[in-house]
Ligand binder design. Sequence first.
Ligand code: CP
Length: 358
Amino acid sequence: MNFYDLSELPLDAVDRLASRAIALKSGAPARRFDGRALGLLFFDPSLRTQSSFQRAAGMLGLDLVHLTGGVWGIETEPGAVMDQDKAEHVKEAARVLGRYVDVLGVRAFAKGGNKEKDLADPLLRGFMEHAGVPVLNLESARFHPCQALADRVTLDESETPKHGKFVLTWAWHPKALPVAVPQSTLLMAAQRGMEVVVLRPEGYDLQQDVTARAEALAKESGGSVTVTSDRSRVAGAHAVYAKSWGSLLDYGDAAAEAARRADLRDWRVEAKTFATAPEAWFMHCLPVRRNVVVTDEVIDSERSIVIEQAENRLWAQLSVLESVLATAAPRRASRFTKRVVRTDAPSPESSSVLEASP
Ligand code: CP
């Protein structure tokens, strides 16, 4: 079982993962998986995802194989003639790591080059196809399911009304950021049955298939999805989730993107706007640029729950790891195991290879 997009799971499965995360946070003992191993492979920076997965591994008794840099450049194209900069194909990289660990987490952001190729998540999908063990998406070009589950946990524990108003608002940022977090957030809130308002300037629509799926999920759960540029729609919200993302119309063209957003600097969450939603929580996945995306006054207020969201990464991921490891088949033995293990071979107790050395 891979964990690529939270909304691929049925709502009752998401409910169970969130409930288990809250139980773990309340002190329920975590299951132990001593002798099994978690692999983490980061092609991009992280503070929360790395540290919370490391902590989760310890709490579950897992060995940790943590790769954050220095791995070979990885080719993903089938049939590639590898005479350029990439030294290893994902087919080997994934299969090898799958021999060392029982579950593998991979972070691979969009590269901002070819939109269609990037948004197909070739690196992550390559690992999912070839690792032979469950692969967790630790943020790809399209989705960030661990963040979405932590956000769902945060909405539940803060008793945000199930069908409450959830405003996902675009914010200005000096760089064009990926769409993974807003897309996963949109799907999560829609599947929870909320009245979701995606507030963005013209030209900043999320992927069409994601928005259409969010609309369908909302319909099933008694919620709705509205996409608008009308910033007065913050009024009456139960949650205001700020996030910046790049225009998919200018994908890979930094100059065009910069021109498009040049006049949009006032798209940030300020006290005046936030006051129109007096019952709302302020949410953000972090890291956040203070006084660019949100003012100090709002993020430092009692109604800001960004630190709870970050803490809940740990509990949500514990819940996911427990679920994945409880159902994952044991790793496949080497195809040569039967030939190597002979009944007449000396046992490790009776002799030592090192003692026999000159
Ligand atoms: N929200 C999030 O994924 O944080 P990091 O990028 O620091 O892991």
